[in-house]
Write a new protein. Structure first.
Length: 139
C-alpha cells in the first residue's frame, strides 16, 4: 500500500491530527531559530479543551517526526507538548545532559503522568537537568 493510500485509509480525525503534527513540526523548526526559549515555552503551553485521545496525538507526532527531515528530540518534544496542551493534557518537557567524551550532549523527552511519551530510548542515558511543565499539572 502506498503512503497516499495509507493516509487516505485513516479516519478523518487521524488525518487531521497527522496534518497538524506535520504543520507543528515545520513551524517549530523555524521558531527554534527565531524565538527565545521563553517564547517557545509560552507557545507550547497554549491551553485548550478540544479533547482527543492522548495516544492518538502521540501516534500522529511520532508518525510525522520519522517522515520529516531534520526533526530533533527538542522539536518533537515541544511539538507534542503543544498538541497535548491544546487539548487540555498536561505534560513536562525534560531536558538532560550527558558527557560524551570531551563534549556535552543534550536530549529532550516528554513526560505525562510519569510516562515518557517521546524520546524514551535515550532518556535513561541522560542526567535530568530541568523540566518545563505545560497544559496542566500532569507530568
Amino acid at each position: 500500500m502506498s503512503r497516499v493510500s495509507t493516509f487516505l485509509a485513516l479516519s478523518w480525525h487521524d488525518r487531521a491530527l497527522l496534518a497538524e503534527a506535520v504543520a507543528t513540526l515545520v513551524a517549530l523548526r523555524l521558531a527554534l531559530h527565531l524565538w527565545s526559549i521563553e517564547r517557545l515555552r509560552l507557545w507550547a503551553d497554549r491551553r485548550g479543551t478540544a479533547i482527543a485521545p492522548a495516544e492518538r496525538i502521540v501516534w500522529a507526532l511520532r508518525t510525522a517526526a520519522v517522515r520529516l527531515p531534520g526533526v530533533t528530540c527538542l522539536s518533537s518534544a515541544l511539538a507534542l507538548q503543544r498538541m497535548l496542551s491544546l487539548r487540555g493534557y498536561g505534560s513536562e518537557l525534560h531536558i538532560g545532559v550527558n558527557r560524551q567524551g570531551d563534549r556535552l550532549a543534550a536530549h529532550a523527552w516528554l513526560v505525562r503522568d510519569g510516562k515518557v511519551l517521546i524520546g524514551e530510548r535515550e532518556a535513561a542515558e541522560y542526567t535530568f537537568l530541568t523540566a518545563w511543565p505545560a497544559g496542566g499539572s500532569s507530568g
